[in-house]
Design a protein around this ligand. Structure first.
Ligand SMILES: Nc1ncnc2c1ncn2[C@@H]1O[C@H](COP(=O)(O)OP(=O)(O)OP(=O)(O)O)[C@@H](O)[C@H]1O
Ligand SMILES: O=P(O)(O)OC[C@H]1O[C@H](OP(=O)(O)OP(=O)(O)O)[C@H](O)[C@@H]1O
Length: 315
């Protein structure tokens, strides 16, 4: 493969391994982005769309998209914040959810991040953590410092001599306190298992993150394929989130039933042979399915069926 193979193709970066890789591949498959990846090659041409997939470390994707080396990509919001690149967030993907948290040894006296100003912090998130502690050093409290990350870097960063030491470690950050390298760490937490195993606990959240579809701001307007991909991926995510619920209910209970299953716009009603009854069909959130079935049963609905949705386009 050479440069000519990539011309006129949209370049779409996906994490080549790690936490986001598997769910990204499932999304590509759900969106019918077909490709054949040759062994050891990190670029794969799509066989049914004018795009090429570029398999990169999750940490590099935001800066590649920001600089325009690739057009769109999937990575974590934490990586977007750390990369500091100017990218447009097209979609939140609902997986890779975690918090970037300030953690201290369970026996430590520190109870909030602002008490760690002037101390030693180990992290692999040098930029975000640097900005966070700059904000704390400017007098903001923990929540204020976290909120300040959403905006541009504060003016004080330029000439400010940071009192807090940020030790950058690229792996096994959770061991830093036990090894005497740091008073606290800032690292990702999902289940909390890694943190608890290292006898640490979280005292503050720097940011919350999930996987996102991002694009170079110039590409969104210039290439219609970006919008097509966004819609396809949106459809796959909605299909994972919703199920289709069918049931029969007496017309006298219909008003109550509609309150339980209002659908996206409104439920679809179909008449039955028995004119006292009606069949109802509505999309419902998978997370509310069991509760909704209990409530429908309680008002006398019968023949309640839940069907999976393979793909959809909904607004
Ligand atoms: N425990 C977790 N639960 C959910 N999402 C996570 C978790 N850990 C990381 N992530 C998300 O996945 C992204 C990539 O994390 P991962 O650990 O795979 O990256 P990496 O360390 O750069 O990759 P690798 O270890 O494969 O080199 C993170 O930036 C974050 O958005
Ligand atoms: O709260 P938990 O569910 O335990 O997840 C948190 C851990 O997950 C991530 O590491 P990962 O396991 O991806 O390995 P890595 O450190 O090699 O990136 C992260 O860096 C934490 O160490």
């Amino acid at each position: 493969m050479d440069f000519a193979d990539l011309q006129d193709r949209l370049l779409f970066a996906v994490p080549k391994k790690g936490r986001l890789n598997e769910q990204c591949l499932a999304l590509l498959s759900g969106a019918d982005i077909q490709f054949h990846r040759r062994s050891r090659l990190d670029i794969a041409l799509s066989t049914n769309l004018p795009l090429a997939l570029v398999f990169l470390p999750a940490a590099d994707i935001a800066s590649f998209v920001g600089k325009g080396n690739v057009d769109i990509g999937i990575t974590g919001q934490d990586m977007v914040a750390e990369g500091g690149a100017e990218v447009e967030e097209l979609l939140q993907l609902g997986f890779g959810k975690c918090n970037l948290s300030v953690q201290v040894p369970i026996a430590s006296p520190f109870t909030k991040a602002s008490e760690l100003v002037g101390k030693r912090i180990a992290t692999s998130f040098e930029t975000v953590v640097g900005r966070y502690f700059d904000a704390l050093e400017s007098g903001l409290d923990d929540a204020g410092a976290a909120a300040s990350l959403a905006g541009p870097a504060p003016a004080l960063t330029a000439g400010h001599q940071r009192k807090t030491t940020i030790n950058v470690i690229n792996g096994s950050v959770e061991a830093a306190c036990a090894l005497g390298l740091a008073d606290a760490i800032v690292d990702l937490v999902e289940s909390g298992e890694t943190m608890r195993a290292a006898k640490l606990h979280a005292i503050s959240t720097v940011l919350s993150s999930q996987a996102v579809l991002i694009c170079n701001p110039k590409k969104h307007t210039s290439n219609p394929l970006v919008e097509t991909l966004k819609r396809r991926i949106e459809g796959v995510i909605a299909a994972q989130k919703y199920v289709l619920c069918n049931y029969n209910v007496a017309r006298s209970s219909l008003a109550e039933a509609v309150k339980i299953t209002p659908g996206k716009k409104a439920p679809t009603l179909s008449p039955l042979e028995d004119t006292e009854w009606v069949a109802v069909q509505a999309m419902v959130l998978k997370s509310q399915m069991a509760d909704m079935m209990d409530r429908l049963t309680a008002i006398g609905a019968t023949d309640i069926l839940i069907l999976a949705i393979h793909n959809c386009r909904v607004v």
